[in-house]
Design a protein around this ligand. Structure first.
Ligand SMILES: [Zn+2]
Ligand SMILES: [Zn+2]
Length: 139
């Protein structure tokens, strides 16, 4: 079993994840751009431990986005009906060499955030055809 540990910018929130996937996905939807400043990067994990002042914002009727209550570092996103969290890779030093596996809402990306490579891609229409969202966006 592998385990990685991370923390927020101020160190008040600590997080440990067991058996992380070893890859990262990106989302360029309007909500993720607004929340992340440009592009939301994350990896899914269901076996984790969090401590510290974790705050959750209900960003849609079906999902929450979490941040440190002291420094505001973004921590994860979660859906109501999923045990997994989508953690921000920048919290963990160990994620530096993880490959980019997939990218969604590619047609919504900021012009300089259109990334080369042979990873999987889906436009807004392609993604929402598979995963309809009550928000009409990646909620
Ligand atoms: Zn913090
Ligand atoms: Zn998104």
């Amino acid at each position: 079993m592998s385990r990685i540990e991370g923390q927020c910018l101020c160190g008040a929130v600590s997080v440990a994840v067991n058996d992380p996937p070893g890859w990262v996905g990106l989302c360029h939807c309007d909500m993720c751009k607004r929340w992340s400043g440009a592009v939301f990067a994350a990896f899914p994990a269901s076996d984790f431990a969090l401590s510290g002042p974790v705050m959750e914002h209900p960003s849609s009727p079906v999902s929450y986005r979490a941040f440190c209550g002291r420094c505001g570092s973004h921590l994860y996103m979660r859906d109501d009906d999923r045990a997994e969290r989508d953690f921000m890779p920048g919290l963990f030093a160990a994620t530096g060499d993880w490959p980019l596996k997939s990218e969604i809402y590619t047609d919504r990306a900021l012009c300089w955030a259109r990334l080369p490579g042979d990873h999987k891609r889906a436009t807004e229409a392609e993604y929402e055809a598979k995963y309809p969202s009550p928000m009409g966006d990646h909620a």
